[in-house]
Design a protein around this ligand. Structure first.
Ligand code: K7E
Ligand code: CUA
Length: 659
């Protein structure tokens, strides 16, 4: 019977993925013009919310306004971005350094805003790199990636970057179990069960500055950690991770990791883990991981390679990790605003189990265990279960909360959002999505205080919803008004990359902290030029450093001669503007590089190795004034060994460069 059930669900999943067989009946419907007004934000008016949306395989995070759905910015995080020079300038290259060297891309699935007392505070937002495991912190003053930390002993950092209620920790669980980094990894893959381990990481976050550090890891059985959420309120001090592949399969997971009737949610007592760390119970493990920081004064990133991590052994310590059975291949793992209810969403389950934190605590005290799983106690399902939502839909993935006692769960296969009551577990409303929704977001929807005016569904497949654009169609977001009893769709907009999780926050908590420009007096970049009079060109062997300034509407200098073949030229361009919204760009013909896009008061460096003799134009790429098109210059490149002296000028001045 069980096997049959699994087969049916598997078939449904396949069908849903490929052909839209589960397309809702009223799939053609759009929001009516009346409800469209609710999403209308008049030209010149501000939106009520910022929406920070993960870009999936774009590796970036995009920022939209709600309710308008207008795109404001794409923040480069894990992927190079030629538009902004991120990962191309000498200053930003170190941000993408890892133990594998420079990695120009990643897959960002989840965004998580910093919290104070369980409420979103608008200071930072975190993002996870799913491929080469990393966590990034983005500063919501500058909307720039401020810090990236790599995670050792991990592969596929998926259950991340979820945070505790005062942002004490950002956690990250490994999706792929792997042999630990310091073990011999040159072993048969079929020895998974003996040799592969699952590590979860706790990254500490400094209260004032946001500075991250890898505080400790916990070594756990080799399963796949999928998602996680921190306890809050009464369950603060605990973390919950969904795990699948408790079968420990290493091949054909779609079959082999769907065998067991129940997988697990792992409850982690992180306060206890902290005590063990203090008591010296962790072992120091050699590990290699990069920690990259961007400095707002030098406008330069640095990358430091770390060599050690503290590891606690869940099995030996016995009381920091517990497994709670959860049907079946759970994905989302969400905790309600009170901290009492933990919702597990089994992708192949026909119900949603809701666990009770109080019952979990009692079960632990009374040792209501069903044996253990590789040395970790397994709590009896019924002992931790509050109840089950019956027949909610097909393929539940993720749940958010409105703070009024309701939960909203997405269903990938049946393409819908379902609203249900947490207390009586009754379904209250369903709304179709177009199509195959993954994550959803309610502003503050995973915090203690949701701001539940809107719900946004992020859809994987759009099929016939937009104009065709070749073989790949856009993914999309759909906005619902949830202020009433029934969900009402009011807007539908395409997204950048593949959206997974997103978070939203009241605009007032972010907009006033926005940096307008950088003070030129505080610029301590090694190559800053604080005025046109200090602009210069300096030769150091075959390296030529151009200390250049930009201001509306010229560069200083704008004529440079005496560059020779074989030279490596560094243009250190300082934008002298001290006004909001006046970046200058900088590009040179033939440079194997992106442009620079330099914010007011900032210095950025473009490296150029000319490959031929001749005259090379350079120009400003950002339309900065009426005479932007005049903001240009020339560089003369001569043959190696030529005796053309190194000179530079602006207007009539033509000083000879000092050696
Ligand atoms: Cu469900 Cu990677 Cu959070 Cu996507 S994950 S949907
Ligand atoms: Cu500066 Cu255009």
């Amino acid at each position: 019977m069980k096997a049959n059930f699994t087969k049916i669900l598997a078939l449904l999943l396949i069908a849903g993925w490929g052909t839209q067989s589960c397309k809702p009946k009223d799939a053609g419907s759009a929001s009516s013009s009346g409800s469209a007004e609710k999403a209308y934000v008049a030209p010149g008016k501000y939106d009520q919310f910022y929406n920070f949306v993960s870009g999936g395989f774009s590796g970036q995070m995009s920022v939209y306004g709600l309710p308008s759905g207008r795109l404001f910015r794409v923040i480069p995080v894990f992927s190079v971005d030629p538009e902004k020079g991120y990962g191309y300038t000498e200053e930003t290259k170190p941000m993408l350094n890892t133990s594998h060297g420079f990695v120009p891309w990643d897959d960002l699935h989840h965004t998580e805003l910093s919290q104070t007392n369980g409420e979103v505070d608008g200071r930072w937002i975190f993002g996870n790199a799913n491929n080469t495991p990393r966590v990034a912190r983005i500063d919501l003053g500058s909307f720039k990636t401020a810090e990236i930390i790599e995670l050792p002993n991990s592969a596929g950092n998926h259950s991340s970057p979820f945070i505790t209620e005062n942002t004490e920790y950002v956690v990250a669980g490994t999706r792929f179990s792997v042999p630990s980094d310091n073990a011999n990894g040159d072993i048969p893959i079929s020895t998974y069960k003996e040799n592969f381990k699952g590590y979860i990481s706790f990254i500490s976050v400094k209260k004032e500055t946001g500075a991250m550090d890898l505080a400790f890891q916990i070594e756990c059985p080799g399963v796949n950690f999928d998602l996680s959420h921190a306890g809050k309120g009464k369950s603060n001090g605990w973390f919950f991770f969904s795990c699948y592949n408790t079968e420990q399969a290493n091949t054909l997971l779609e079959v082999n990791a769907s065998q067991r009737d129940k997988d697990f949610i792992m409850a982690v007592n992180w306060k206890k883990a902290e005590e063990y760390i203090k008591a010296g119970k962790a072992k120091k493990m050699p590990a290699k991981y990069a920690h990259n920081k961007y400095n707002e004064k030098t406008h330069t990133a640095t990358s430091e390679m770390k060599s050690e991590v503290l590891v606690l052994d869940a099995k030996a310590l016995k009381d920091i990790c517990y497994f709670i059975p959860c049907p079946k291949s759970p994905h989302g793992c969400d905790v309600d605003p009170t901290g009492e209810y933990i919702v597990g969403s089994g992708k192949l389950a026909a119900l949603i189990p809701v666990f009770s934190f109080d019952k979990l605590q009692k079960a632990i005290q009374a040792k209501q265990f069903d044996g253990d799983y590789q040395g970790i106690p397994v709590i009896k399902y019924e002992a931790a279960l509050y109840g089950e939502v019956k027949k909610p839909g097909l393929g539940p993935l993720h749940t958010e909360f409105d703070g009024k006692g309701n939960a909203y769960t997405t269903f990938f296969v049946s393409s819908e959002v379902v609203k249900w009551n947490i207390k009586d577990l009754k379904v209250l409303d369903r709304a179709p999505t177009f199509y195959s929704v993954g994550h959803l977001c309610i502003p503050g929807g995973d915090s203690k205080k949701p701001n539940a005016k809107y719900l946004i569904a992020y859809n994987k497949i759009t099929k016939d919803r937009y104009l065709p654009t070749g073989p790949e169609l856009t993914q999309s977001a759909q906005l619902y008004d949830i202020s009433g009893d029934k969900m009402e769709m009011i807007l539908d907009f395409p997204t950048i990359g593949e959206p997974h999780y997103a978070q939203a926050i009241a605009a007032d908590l972010v907009k006033d902290r926005s940096v307008k420009f950088y003070k030129i007096d505080e610029n301590t970049n090694k190559y800053v030029t604080k005025g046109e009079g200090q602009a210069k060109v300096v030769r150091e062997g075959n390296q030529v450093h151009v200390y250049m300034t930009s201001i509306r509407s010229h560069f200083a200098p704008d004529n440079i001669e005496g560059i020779k073949m074989g030279d490596v030229v560094y243009f250190h361009v300082t934008n002298l503007e001290q006004d909001w919204d006046v970046p200058h760009g900088f590009a040179v013909k033939g440079a194997n590089n992106a442009e620079l896009l330099i914010m007011p008061g900032e210095t950025q460096t473009l490296k150029w190795e000319p490959n031929r003799v001749g005259i090379f134009p350079m120009y400003c790429t950002d339309f900065c004034s009426a005479l932007h098109q005049e903001m240009q210059g020339y560089i003369r490149v001569s043959p190696k060994g030529s005796n053309v002296p190194l000179t530079y000028s602006l207007g009539n001045t033509k000083p000879v460069a000092k050696r």
